[in-house]
Design a protein around this ligand. Sequence first.
Ligand SMILES: NC(=O)c1ccc[n+]([C@@H]2O[C@H](COP(=O)([O-])OP(=O)(O)OC[C@H]3O[C@@H](n4cnc5c(N)ncnc54)[C@H](OP(=O)(O)O)[C@@H]3O)[C@@H](O)[C@H]2O)c1
Length: 179
Amino acid sequence: MPPSVIFVVAHDRRGVMGRGGSLPWHLPEDLKHFRRLTIDKPVIMGRKTYASIGKPLARRQNIVLTRDAQFESPGVDVAHSVAEALDLAAPAAEVAVIGGAEIFRAFSDLVDTAYVTRVEADVEGDVHYDAPARPHREELLSRYSADDRNAYSMTFLRFDYSAHASVTGGSLNESNPSL
Ligand SMILES: NC(=O)c1ccc[n+]([C@@H]2O[C@H](COP(=O)([O-])OP(=O)(O)OC[C@H]3O[C@@H](n4cnc5c(N)ncnc54)[C@H](OP(=O)(O)O)[C@@H]3O)[C@@H](O)[C@H]2O)c1
């Protein structure tokens, strides 16, 4: 069985997820959420996201995607295609794809569940998240209000793209009792 694929992403109300090669915000509460979702799992990221983090994430197998045949970096496994990245992640039951935007696009047909932090702000940025254009079920997990450590409120959401969610052929809406 190939591992199931989750996305873990934070974006603002208009989909902005990056600026100038890094995150457009510092939100410790979202970093905690990210850690909880990814700890002890393989994580797959693009070479630019790896550069922005600057080091391998602890307690996770770090898989970096690049087309550069020469690329290497201590503590990371290097993949040159989506299939190779998934092979490196097996036999884990679940792999976390953690961005950036290019990598989310490359895995959009494979994602089972996306954990999305919607940052309740409109920020400037140059990298946008394109949500997979597939039937899904959206679930509200929790909300967090801005405080002195987190400049913006956040809404933690889960999008289920699994085959079960797609049998209706359209987006499921929790408020529609007929679904
Ligand atoms: N808010 C969030 O949740 C979040 C999460 C992650 C990142 N970010 C932000 O997003 C930005 C980076 O995103 P990005 O879209 O510019 O870059 P990225 O997706 O991190 O990395 C792109 C690179 O990945 C490699 N790549 C892409 N597709 C590939 C494929 N099919 N096969 C092999 N290699 C492939 C290429 O590396 P080479 O050029 O080496 O060939 C490409 O240049 C940063 O601002 C970062 O801070 C935000």
